[in-house]
Design a binder for this molecule. Structure first.
Ligand code: GTP
Ligand code: MG
Length: 290
């Protein structure tokens, strides 16, 4: 994971201060190239580069370790802006309703099971609403995952109204004093008018405390454009990025964070139920700089 960006300091950056100062421009170019080669978007590279330049210009004599610190700080600054301030485990509304949206196959259903386990491990009680009643097999999929993590799944028939399932799940949570309701939804393309209307209806009926967009970190600009469409149609509060384990280069997280300008709640790093971490810039920096 992230091998591309790990190259940032494997290049022969001189340890000698004098040489390093003489080569400042060259080294800045080198950093820029590594970022671009690692699929960091142009926009994000510009932001990081400008920041690096400003910091470097303030320093008369630069050593390799100060330079490493500067690059690290610049990347951190881009990421910190997208930190999700809300402590999902400390919310007071009960039940706290989270609606998961996203285009086809981004990992919504898997992520819901992971989040359910994450909450359970923290001593919280949840119920899952199998509100993807559209795709054949979706209800069984979430039911199996719910079983695996030991969290109840409220389900109706295939083809039934997804909002009604969500309504029942919320009632179920209320009656039992559960802490969270996690609502799955059918993957959709922005062009699918029925599904977009359905999504709006789920939102209207379930009045989620939090709406999250689940994004596959590897699908690039296309997915981001689709997300923008979601933004217009329904609005969402935060992002969950999946499949970071498949990002060999490492730039996708930075690019998405920079382009979406929305807080990131979780990062998913595999198909296992524990492959989920709260978004934390330090986690990412450690992966790159260690
Ligand atoms: N490597 C990897 N695979 C993942 C991750 N999250 C989900 N997947 C896989 O991605 C595929 C699709 O996941 P789903 O959870 O079914 O995605 P979805 O968004 O619910 O799909 P639809 O309901 O069809 O729209 C499955 O094979 C998952 O195992 C992840 O973080 N890393
Ligand atoms: Mg699904």
């Amino acid at each position: 994971m992230f091998e591309g960006l790990k190259k940032l300091f494997r290049h022969d950056i001189p340890d000698d201060d004098e040489v390093l100062n003489a080569k400042k421009g060259e080294i800045e170019d080198e950093i820029r190239n590594v970022l671009l080669e690692s699929d960091v978007s142009f926009e994000a590279v510009e932001a990081i580069e400008n920041d690096i330049r400003k910091r470097v210009d303030r320093i008369k004599k630069i050593s390799k370790s100060t330079l490493m610190g500067i690059v690290r700080d610049s990347i951190r600054d881009v990421l910190v802006a997208s930190k999700f301030d809300l402590d999902i485990l400390g919310v007071t509304e009960k039940p706290y309703v989270i609606l998961f949206l996203g285009i086809n196959g981004t990992g919504k259903t898997t992520t819901i099971a992971k989040v359910a386990k994450y909450l359970k491990d923290a001593g919280k009680r949840s119920v899952i609403s199998a509100s993807d009643t559209f795709r054949a097999g979706a209800i069984d999929q979430i039911a199996i995952l719910g079983d695996r993590v030991g969290v109840k799944v409220i389900r109706h028939e295939h083809g039934s109204d997804p909002s009604a399932v969500a309504f029942d799940a919320i009632e179920h949570a209320r009656a039992r004093g559960l802490d969270y309701v996690l609502i799955d939804s059918a993957g959709r393309m922005q062009t699918n008018k029925n599904l977009v209307d359905e999504m709006k209806k789920i939102k209207r009926v379930s009045k989620p405390n939090l709406t999250v967009l689940v994004l596959d970190s590897m699908v690039g600009q296309d997915a981001l454009n689709q997300a923008e469409t979601f933004l217009k149609e329904t609005g969402f509060d935060a992002i969950i990025l999946t499949k970071l384990d498949t990002d060999a280069k490492g730039g996708s997280l930075l690019s998405i964070v920079m382009s979406m300008k929305k807080p990131v709640l979780f990062l998913c790093t595999g198909q296992g139920m524990d492959d989920i971490v709260r978004f934390d810039p330090e986690w990412y920096l450690q992966k790159i700089f260690s």
